[in-house]
Design a binder for this molecule. Structure first.
Ligand code: FCB
Length: 458
């Protein structure tokens, strides 16, 4: 299967084709004094935390300096939309008090540059780069940070709401809570279950309160949540206990966030587990009014969560007792992640059955293959081409089955800083030569995506 040949003709003509990035992964700039430090800068100073040894002062892929180049690449690809995040410490270096005019002017340039090229901006307000000062008062576990996030959100909405229609509050809060505070693999690198539970609760509140703040300045914009939703599966023989555990995983990955953010309710099974394991009661009455942040649903999807029976429960999902993580299939990406294109279809269908009236976007989907230039100078990333072809086909099928799918964003526009992996894992449509002035080269998959968009429009 080949990406440029995927039949997209059944999708509505206003379907949005996009690509995404996030601030910390591409911008760089704390060492240059252009932004305040964030929790990922701090993690970069912990020996061994970033697998390729990338430290605090990395330059991202110099997106700030190369803004015009990147805008022109997006134009060349024919994107309808670009999803990016605002670096909170760039626009408000310490996360409270004074805002930086220079930082805010950067996003003016980005947004205006997109609009001049007929590309719709789609903003995410938090993609993991919390100002370091806010971590020193407890980070997301502290409800004061939710209040500060709302102030920052209002300010951004006041500044950019005249030009940006689509807003997301927090990218993949599951990762923020659990990878940041239980396994410590992500910043702030904490390993503490009670902290993770508090963060999970405050992030749902932050979505509600932050979206209200966005709407207070720009009532006409569309606000949604972007979650990494999934279809947990069991392989091999299973018991009733295994099945119950799978339901708990579904609670952690899907129901906690979707019910919390879109319904203002928490799943009772998870509330009970959290109380039992930590003594902390997450009171859904504290979530607040969720009616401002459910104009659209963002689904990030890479692969299914696959388990087998056995073991004492999966570490990442406290409360499970009888399942173990399992690999799945022979086809693996360079991250070791499996290919489960059917799963994106299944997940989209499940979401749309629960929330039939809310438009859905695939806000991230893509893959890591570390191809470099061949002798002909081209980057023949055939596996990415095939992966995207299969997943986009599954999205088209989901739409045919009735899913209210409005758009699809490839992760990522550019090779970039892949969090705890550093620069060693490449997800980009565009190759970045980290050793040679960050030179950009369109991979073959980028050209195929461009052609797919062109033929969709013709
Ligand atoms: C997602 C993140 C994104 C990127 C991809 C590969 O979980 O939102 O920043 O790292 O995974």
């Amino acid at each position: 299967m080949i990406l440029r040949n995927v039949d997209t003709s059944s999708l509505p003509k206003d379907f949005i084709w996009g690509a995404g990035t996030s601030s910390m992964q591409i911008e760089g700039g704390h060492a240059s004094g252009d932004r305040g430090r964030c929790i990922w800068d701090a993690l970069g100073e912990v020996p061994g935390a970033i697998k390729d040894g990338t430290g605090a002062n990395h330059r991202g892929v110099e997106h700030v300096e190369m803004l015009e180049t990147d805008l022109n690449i997006m134009k060349e690809l024919g994107l309808d939309s670009y999803r990016f995040s605002i670096s909170w410490p760039r626009v408000q270096p310490t996360g409270s008090g004074a805002f930086s005019e220079k930082g805010m002017a950067f996003y003016d340039r980005l947004i205006d540059g997109l609009l001049e090229r007929n590309i719709q901006p789609n903003i995410t307000l938090y993609h993991w780069d919390l100002p370091e000062e806010l971590q020193s008062i407890g980070g997301w576990a502290n409800p004061e940070v939710v209040d500060l996030f709302s102030e920052y959100s209002a300010k951004m909405s006041g500044r950019y709401g005249d030009r940006v229609k689509y807003w997301a509050m927090i990218n993949e809060p599951w990762c923020v809570a659990w990878l940041g505070n239980l396994t410590g693999e992500h910043a702030p690198g904490i390993r503490d279950l009670p902290t993770a539970v508090k963060v999970a609760h405050q992030l749902v509140r932050a979505h509600a309160k932050g979206s209200q703040a966005v709407k207070s300045e720009s009532p006409h914009v569309l606000v949604g949540a972007v979650n990494n939703l999934t279809n947990p599966m069991l392989i091999g023989p299973s018991t009733a206990e295994n099945v119950k555990d799978l339901e708990i995983v579904d609670g952690y990955k899907n129901r906690w966030w979707m019910q919390g953010m879109y319904e203002g309710k928490y799943p009772a099974d998870l509330v009970e587990i959290f109380q039992r394991e930590t003594g902390i009661f997450c009171d859904e009455n504290e979530i607040g009014d969720v009616s401002y942040g459910r104009d659209w649903i963002g689904v990030n999807y890479y692969n299914a969560d696959v388990f087998k029976g056995g073991g004492n429960g999966a570490e990442l999902f406290p409360g499970t007792t009888s399942i173990d993580g399992a690999g799945f299939g022979k086809e693996r990406t360079d991250m070791g992640w499996s290919w489960t294109p059917d799963g994106i279809k299944e997940t989209l269908i499940q979401v749309s059955q629960k929330y039939p009236d809310i438009p859905i976007f695939v806000a991230e989907n893509g893959t890591c293959y570390n191809y470099g230039p061949s002798e002909d100078g081209k980057i023949h990333d055939v596996k990415r081409d095939e992966y995207l072809a299969r997943y986009i086909t599954a999205c088209v099928d989901a739409h045919k089955s009735g899913v209210n799918l409005k758009g699809y964003y490839v992760w990522s526009l550019l090779d970039n800083f892949e969090w705890a992996w550093g620069f060693e894992m490449r997800f980009g449509l565009v190759f970045v030569d980290f050793k040679n002035k960050m030179k950009r080269t369109l991979k073959e998959s980028a050209l195929a995506y461009r052609d797919l968009i062109r033929s969709f429009r013709s």
